[in-house]
Design a protein around this ligand. Structure first.
Ligand SMILES: NC(=O)c1ccc[n+]([C@@H]2O[C@H](COP(=O)([O-])OP(=O)(O)OC[C@H]3O[C@@H](n4cnc5c(N)ncnc54)[C@H](O)[C@@H]3O)[C@@H](O)[C@H]2O)c1
Length: 269
């Protein structure tokens, strides 16, 4: 009997094969959950990508469905939730994972558009999804929400102002909702990943590469022992394990935490 048998989970930003959204979807499905994989769809490739992730889970013996949802579009979220309730009749877990790295870069050059996308996707999108799922969780007697923040939600390093501001807001939202909905049996926690080897992690690495440095040298430098005591990047599955813990009954008395999954890395200033 899997830990998540008869549970229904929604995961946002789940289309990429190397992403934490997909790794978590697989982790939850392997433990028995029915998983709804969602992501923003901008073209045919995106659609195929998302559907392929759900099909992989089904091929491995799990229950999964793919639904296109842009987290900044409230009507798409509402349609997704209506579909989930119609198909499964319940909703137990939300992994609010979708995020945008556009708020990374030189503060003095940061555009209104970068600020807006950072805010709309990283914080408002998560709030939108929470607002949509909470009534269902409350009505059925409880649920668990896990928000994907970042070590940038706990401290600051240079050249990440808008991203950092949005991720601090994710931690704030997490604590506020934990405080407001604990009495109605909904637990709300956050994970704060550090250096995770995903498509986004690799893109950030390219961004942080110093002059004359190779990709491989930058990859090693960013996880030097004085930065990341465990001296390595993490696999997305290691974050998925932390999410599964916070979403499951083994963390039944934990709410409002922002859990670093960062190999001992300090969050910065
Ligand atoms: N990779 C890292 O090192 C790292 C570290 C800390 C935090 N994070 C956070 O982890 C989360 C997952 O990132 P990842 O590294 O797995 O990369 P990823 O690119 O696989 O995941 C991000 C997903 O968000 C989706 N997305 C973007 N805008 C969206 C929108 N408007 N609506 C719906 N989906 C949207 C993307 O399509 C993508 O699938 C993000 O919130 C990111 O900020 C990543």
């Amino acid at each position: 009997m899997g830990e998540f048998n008869n549970k229904v989970a929604i995961v946002t930003g789940a289309a990429h094969p190397m992403g934490m959204g997909y790794a978590t979807s697989r982790r939850l499905a392997e433990a028995g959950a029915s998983v709804v994989l969602t992501d923003r769809i901008t073209d045919h490739d995106d659609q195929e990508n998302l559907e392929a992730r759900a099909e992989e889970i089904v091929a491995a013996g799990g229950e999964a469905v793919a639904i296109a949802v842009d987290v900044t579009m409230r009507e798409q979220i509402d349609a997704c939730i209506a579909h989930v309730i119609d198909r499964y009749g319940r909703l137990d877990i939300l992994f609010n994972n979708a995020g945008s790295p556009v708020g990374v870069g030189d503060f003095l050059r940061m555009s209104d558009q970068q600020w807006d996308i950072s805010y709309q996707v990283n914080i408002k999108g998560m709030a939108n999804f929470c607002q949509a799922v909470l009534p269902h969780m409350i009505a059925q007697g409880g649920g668990a929400i896990v928000n994907n923040a970042s070590m940038s939600g706990l401290g600051a390093v240079p050249l990440m102002a808008a991203y950092t501001a949005s991720k601090f807001a994710v931690v704030g939202l997490t604590k506020a909702l934990a405080a407001e909905f604990g009495a109605r049996k909904v637990r709300v926690n956050a994970v704060c990943p550090g250096m995770i080897w995903t498509q986004m992690g690799q893109a950030e690495l390219e961004h942080m590469r110093e002059e004359g440095e190779t990709f491989e040298q930058a990859k090693q430098r960013l996880v030097r022992a004085d930065v990341v005591p465990l001296e390595r990047w993490a696999a997305p599955a290691e974050v998925a394990d932390a999410v599964a813990y916070l979403a499951g009954s083994r963390s039944s008395y934990i709410s409002g935490v922002a859990l670093p999954v960062a190999g001992g890395m300090a969050p910065g200033l």
